[in-house]
Write a protein that binds this ligand. Structure first.
Ligand SMILES: *[C@@H]1O[C@H](CO)[C@@H](O)[C@H](O)[C@H]1NC(C)=O
Ligand SMILES: *[C@@H]1O[C@H](CO)[C@@H](O)[C@H](O)[C@H]1NC(C)=O
Ligand SMILES: *[C@@H]1O[C@H](CO)[C@@H](O)[C@H](O)[C@H]1NC(C)=O
Ligand SMILES: *[C@@H]1O[C@H](CO)[C@@H](O)[C@H](O)[C@H]1NC(C)=O
Length: 429
């Protein structure tokens, strides 16, 4: 039964939506107000806490969700996915996380989200890469999930780190991470560890992103709108710390900061247009700025954003069996991304770990050199790792610099200034 007042209510909402979007262009999210008042418990825009979508914002939402699930089941049968229960299991877990993860999380901001302009340097780098690589996007996921309607409108991605993509690679990723880190650290007041940044995702006509929270350790995050060709705004729906839904619209160059571990976010209104291109950057807080491990209790070995004794602790331990310290303070990962905070913390607490070798005999120094992280290389040498340690195939840090870095790279010079030798070079002579 549709109440007779619903059509005039809808008309009023349409007007308000237009008004709100107009207002949003000039403002930060602090001043954006929800057009329609509903919270995650209402299951109004999608199945968020339960599969029972309500009619709060219209009866069509029930049908849309119902069709989404029916098409998921159909796609699972057609793709002969191994697990016939995939759709329902995925949905159960997504809603379980929505319900139980946020209340167990520490937050670092008042609202949980904000919209700003991306730093100019960052957006220039992104635009240059985008313009050089338009049309080279490939399907992002080989397997079905219920986060996206992959069966109708699969997102595609242009990877930042693929050498086939012009201007892509480690150097671009390093610069983008560094720019985003400054912004998100200022917003959260936390010392952040880079966790994920991989490419430009393109959503296409009809695309839906089911409202969800990110798995730990994707905590302090940012979305940058790269480009779009749409017939109408495609809002990001977020449930801020006040619990109320807000539609956030984005123009190219806009950057939405969000606490992705506790703020339910999605795009439950099908995209109307050709494409919508976004980059995602995720960080993990290690503690207050300049005091990374201040809240860390080795006896509990939990991440600082998880409330000790809260409901999510059991689930977290199930999924992170190594415990927080060992999982996070991983010398190989830190060297690969040039994470100075993590490297320094390891150096201060477990200095021997700095010279751990992987299967190929590579140490943090070799990895940091290959990835082009000058400051990480300097830090490792400051902490007196052996500058001339040799990997299994006989290369040293200097050999690796000569093989993988551009000629005249400051790392090569730094190594030579500090007494590095290159046994491979001598062999060739
Ligand atoms: C968000 O936008 C959708 C689609 O226009 C609308 O139905 C919904 O009421 C809006 N929600 C909020 C919180 O403004
Ligand atoms: C969904 O609705 C059905 C029928 O109205 C009800 O039996 C069921 O308990 C509801 N499920 C949840 C999780 O609220
Ligand atoms: C963090 O935010 C989530 C969702 O907004 C909320 O459920 C939770 O209670 C907040 N945590 C604290 C410690 O206030
Ligand atoms: C998007 O899909 C709708 C429904 O199938 C269709 O009517 C519309 O023309 C499509 N738009 C674009 C830009 O492809």
């Amino acid at each position: 039964m549709v109440p007779s007042s619903s059509s005039s209510l809808l008309c009023c909402l349409v007007l308000l939506t237009i008004g709100c979007q107009f207002h949003a262009v000039e403002s930060t999210v602090d001043t954006i107000r929800a057009v329609n008042y509903y919270s995650a418990e209402d299951d109004a825009s999608w199945a968020i806490h339960t599969p029972n979508v309500t009619t709060v914002i219209g009866q069509h939402k029930q049908k849309l969700y119902h069709d989404f699930i029916a098409n998921c089941h159909k796609a699972v049968a057609e793709h002969k996915e191994e697990d016939p229960q995939l759709c329902s299991e995925n949905e159960e877990y997504r809603m379980y996380m929505n319900k139980y993860q946020p209340p167990s999380m520490h937050n670092y901001t008042k609202n949980g989200f904000a919209k700003i302009r991306a730093p100019k340097k960052m957006f220039d780098l992104i635009s240059k890469f985008w313009n050089a690589n338009k049309g080279k996007d490939k399907t992002e996921w080989p397997h079905l999930t219920t986060y996206h309607n992959l069966w109708d409108s699969p997102p595609t991605v242009t990877l930042l780190n693929e050498d086939v993509n012009e201007g892509g690679g480690q150097e671009l990723m390093n610069e983008l991470f560094a720019e985003a880190k400054k912004v998100v650290e200022e917003w959260t007041g936390q010392e952040l560890r880079p966790v994920s940044l991989y490419g430009i995702r393109l959503y296409h006509n009809g695309s839906i992103l089911a409202p969800h929270v990110d798995r730990n350790p994707l905590i302090s995050s940012a979305i940058i709108n790269v480009a779009q060709d749409v017939n109408e705004e495609w809002p990001l729906e977020v449930y801020g710390h006040d619990g109320v839904a807000t539609n956030v619209t984005m123009a190219p160059g806009d950057m939405v900061l969000y606490e992705s571990h506790s703020v339910i976010h999605g795009r439950p209104f099908p995209l109307n247009g050709d494409f919508y291109a976004n980059i995602f950057v995720h960080f993990e807080p290690l503690g207050p700025k300049d005091e990374p491990l201040e809240t860390y209790d080795p006896d509990l070995d939990l991440p600082p954003y998880l409330i000790p004794g809260s409901g999510w602790v059991t689930q977290w331990r199930k999924e992170h069996t190594k415990g927080w310290y060992e999982e996070t303070f991983d010398v190989v990962k830190a060297a690969n991304v040039g994470d100075l905070v993590v490297l320094e913390t390891i150096a201060e607490n477990y200095p021997n770990d700095l010279e751990d070798k992987d299967d190929l005999g590579w140490e943090a120094l070799h990895l940091a050199v290959k990835a082009g992280h000058l400051e990480a290389v300097e830090l490792l040498i400051d902490y007196e790792v052996d500058i001339n340690s040799v990997v299994n195939d006989g290369a040293t840090a200097l050999s690796i610099a000569r093989q993988f870095l551009k000629e005249g790279h400051p790392i090569t010079q730094f190594l030579m200034d500090n007494g590095a030798i290159d046994p491979l070079e001598e062999d060739e002579l």
